[in-house]
Design a protein around this ligand. Structure first.
Ligand code: MLC
Ligand code: AMP
Length: 505
């Protein structure tokens, strides 16, 4: 009997249509055979390093063809792919590389800057793109190695929690291929589709749905290193049929359509527009539909659970709702004691099924705390409509912020603010924002003799953390509001930052 592994399923589509592009970037157009040859070359170079199975390979890159081939090569050798956010500053990069115990770092030339100086000098580092100032991995003869098994960890996706430091979410290919296969079948993806992909490739949205979903179907992925609305329209003018974005991207696309009205007719030719990673405001869904005739399909997911809920392709795509469980996902809505609530009542979303994460890398206690009786506790607060459509209505923790689709831990920013000489204490909140979903705002207590300003503290945070974590608003307060136990009452800070034009839906 032939056993088909998730890796076989992922690559099966690549051999199906010789000559037809599966990956198109600014620099190259590859058919399935071309991508597999690139993958073979990377696998041979990596295999020559004789790394033990399960070694973590840290990859700091933007979206381009070699990074996709490198990822497949890592799977092919039974190694673990650890994509790193290129926006991370030195200490964030260092944390990921050290936390996962990377055996080597592979890096785009353009990203090989002074941040690498913070890494252990003993860590081997190589360039990805030809002509890189970093050494290249020498070419080598093909090596025989058995590909990743279904139960092995394929990827560590680093994600923020409620604390300062990000955690590596262990995902198997079995989970990714199973979940994304079910989701994209629900969405009716086929080999004839062309995906316009401008999401970053270090998170579940762009990496798992985008790259793995596209590969699974052997369809063409038009891959962009950065998001530019005009480039998306160009894709649709050529042959794109599907676009996936975080809500902020749809907002930016709407601004583009305002400036370039004929582009709406080009997008109208698309087959499927999906949104996720943060709440899509009904106003954006409606405006998009008015201009393009396309109704965005919203779904919900998380690094730890992959994609759990989705509106239907053929049924009603309900504004403000995220639909029903994707096949393979079981959900329940529970109260604070972990008991299911009555339909229509608010509670936390718990998820169960075969496609959850394998746990947090090297954090057994955090892993244990994230589950209850086999259910993963998402921390998201939901409510179901009478007919079962689920809505995300909030989050249990005020310390988790979603801005531009990126998950951000408020305590990480507070820690950096407190290191500034002008700051005695700080509390960071996410304020509902039409453009970014939430914008980051900081209330600070000043140290005696100092007058903290946003002009100083904004760049200070951006020096230490990814730019999207920078506070965009700041207020100096005499004392932060605290409860009897001394805990800062963050919801009381929100009125300090709300503006009249902030969304209320
Ligand atoms: C950037 N800016 C912000 C900001 N980010 N301002 C406020 N809040 C933020 N969060 C500012 C910059 O300082 C700059 O200002 C200007 O906006 C342009 O910045 P940019 O960095 O060039 O923007 P851009 O590269 O276009 O980034 C916007 C974006 C990006 C939407 C493309 O945020 C993005 O890629 N988001 C996707 C995140 C993602 O993939 N999430 C999925 C997680 S998986 P100035 O003044 O300097 O011009 C997950 C599970 C699931 O969540 O369900 O999918
Ligand atoms: P991440 O850890 O980056 O994968 O982010 C996961 C979080 O994104 C979830 O826990 C939700 O809070 C949020 N999220 C994802 N999709 C949606 C959505 N459609 N609506 C609201 N929030 C979402």
């Amino acid at each position: 009997m032939t056993v088909t592994t998730a890796f076989d399923r992922l690559c099966a589509g690549l051999g199906r249509h010789p000559g037809r592009p599966v990956l198109v970037t600014d620099a190259v157009t590859l058919d399935g055979g071309g991508l597999l040859r690139k993958t073979d070359a990377w696998a041979a170079r990596l295999a020559a390093r004789d790394l033990p199975r399960g070694s973590r390979i840290a990859v700091l890159a933007r979206g381009h063809a070699d990074v996709v081939a490198l990822m497949l090569a890592i799977y092919r050798l039974g190694l673990v792919y650890v994509p790193i956010n290129p926006r991370y500053r030195g200490a964030e990069l260092q944390h990921v590389v050290e936390d996962c115990g990377a055996s080597m770092l592979l890096c785009d030339q353009a990203l090989a800057d002074d941040r690498l100086g913070m890494l252990d000098p003993g860590l081997p580092r190589f360039g990805i793109d030809p002509g890189s100032a970093l050494p290249s991995l020498p070419d080598a003869a093909p090596a025989v190695a058995s590909a990743l098994r279904d139960d092995e960890t394929a990827i560590l996706v680093y994600t923020s929690g409620t604390t300062g430091r990000s955690k590596g979410v262990k995902l198997s290919l079995h989970a990714i291929v199973g979940n994304i296969g079910a989701l994209t079948e629900l969405w009716g993806w086929t080999a004839d589709d062309v995906l316009s992909l401008a999401l970053p490739l270090f998170h579940v949205h762009g990496l798992c749905i985008g790259v793995h979903g596209g590969l699974l179907h052997g369809m063409c992925i038009r891959l962009h290193a950065r998001f530019d609305p005009a480039a998306i329209v160009t894709d649709f003018a050529q042959d794109a049929t599907i676009f996936m974005g975080v809500p902020t991207m749809y907002g930016r696309m709407l601004e583009h359509l305002q400036a370039q009205p004929p582009a709406a007719a080009v997008l109208a030719r698309g087959r499927l527009f999906t949104a996720g990673s943060a709440a899509l405001r009904p106003a954006v869904l409606e405006h998009w539909e008015q201009l393009t005739g396309q109704r965005i399909l919203e779904r919900y997911g998380m690094s730890e659970t992959l994609i759990t809920l989705s509106n239907p392709r053929d049924g009603e795509r309900r504004p403000g709702a995220v639909g029903h469980p994707v096949p393979g996902c079981e959900v329940q809505v529970v109260d604070d004691a972990g008991h299911p609530v009555a339909p229509g009542e608010i509670g936390e979303l718990w998820v169960r099924g075969p496609y959850l994460m394998q746990g947090y890398w090297n954090r057994p206690q955090d892993t244990a705390a994230a589950f209850c009786r086999g259910w993963f506790k998402t921390g998201d607060v939901v409510r179901s409509d009478p007919d079962g459509y689920l809505r995300i209505v909030g989050r249990r923790s005020v310390d988790v912020i979603k801005s531009g689709g990126f998950k951000i831990a408020a305590p990480q920013i507070e820690e950096v603010l407190r290191q500034h000489p002008s700051v005695r204490d700080a509390a960071v909140v996410g304020v509902p924002d039409a453009r970014w979903g939430e914008r980051i705002a900081a209330a600070v207590e000043a140290n005696p003799g100092h007058v903290p300003t946003l002009d100083v503290l904004g760049p200070w945070v951006a020096e230490h953390l990814a730019d999207y974590k920078k506070p965009r608003q700041m207020e100096v307060v005499d004392t932060l509001p605290r409860n009897a136990l001394g805990k800062i009452q963050k919801p009381r800070l929100l009125p300090l930052f709300q503006r009249p034009d902030d969304p209320r839906d």
